[in-house]
Design a binder for this molecule. Structure first.
Ligand code: ZN
Length: 242
């Protein structure tokens, strides 16, 4: 290779790397001020720590545009952070959700709350700050999903069966954890919110299943599952009695 063509290849490679860096900057605002701004603090302090916040819906005026923004990182020393986290807990519980991301309560910051359904028996809600997915399994799973911000209904979404999540802890440390199953799905759904991505962008083509219809389907599934379990139990009892 001549020196000239080597130079060309090198400058093309540098341009490519710069483009990648630029792309990263636009998908995650890594250079924003990390403390909450006055408007964000106003939203957070508008109610008490146990008071749920208003959920931004994609069919509210301006709701979809807001949910499509990339969230900025949060400084773990932010004085308003404990209040935001407490109110996100209150909100996700009041709405009977299994997870929530700060943009859904009008604060475009990298904060998510996930219900750890894998931690029996408490199944606690846990907060994760500036979370990122570091690794995704090749194995995928398709499951129904809904979203507190999408009142229109539910859809089936294909996601990685397991992921490794890296995140800041409330005391300022950095930690990571491998999760799988439905909890891995919750993490992926909530972290998507931080990139302005909604589950409807990833779901199977076709209309959403309305919430009422979905609840009815789940109720019927539960009934038939319980029916099958009862039949097994009765058969076992009969066999024991013989
Ligand atoms: Zn959601």
């Amino acid at each position: 290779m001549s020196q000239r063509s080597l130079k060309l290849v090198l400058s093309a490679a540098i341009l490519f790397l710069e483009a990648c860096a630029g792309f990263r900057e636009t998908t995650r605002k890594t250079h924003d001020p990390r403390f909450l701004g006055p408007t964000e603090r106003l939203i957070v302090n508008r109610g008490g720590a146990t008071e749920p916040m208003d959920v931004v819906k994609n069919d509210n005026p301006g709701g979809d545009t807001f949910l499509r923004e990339s969230a900025a990182p949060i400084d773990t020393d932010d004085k308003a952070l404990p209040q935001l986290v407490a109110r996100m807990f209150a909100t996700v519980k009041a709405e009977k959700g299994v997870g929530i991301a700060a943009p859904q309560v009008g604060v475009s910051r990298q904060v998510i709350v996930v219900q750890r359904l894998d931690r029996e028996p408490e199944k606690p809600f846990v907060v994760y700050l500036n979370p990122e997915i570091n690794w995704s399994s090749e194995e995928t799973a398709v499951e129904w999903e809904g979203c507190l911000s999408i009142p229109a209904g539910h859809g089936k979404v294909k996601r990685a069966a397991a992921v490794v999540v890296e995140y800041d802890t409330e005391d300022g440390g950095r930690d990571s954890e491998r999760v799988s199953g439905f909890v891995a799905r919750i993490f992926q759904h909530e972290i998507d919110h931080l990139d302005g991505v909604l589950f409807i962008d990833k779901m199977d083509p076709g209309p959403l299943m309305p919430k009422e219809e979905y609840r009815e389907m789940r109720r019927r599934e539960k009934e038939s599952r319980e029916g099958a379990e009862k039949t097994i139990k009765d058969t076992m009892m009969e066999l024991k009695a013989k």
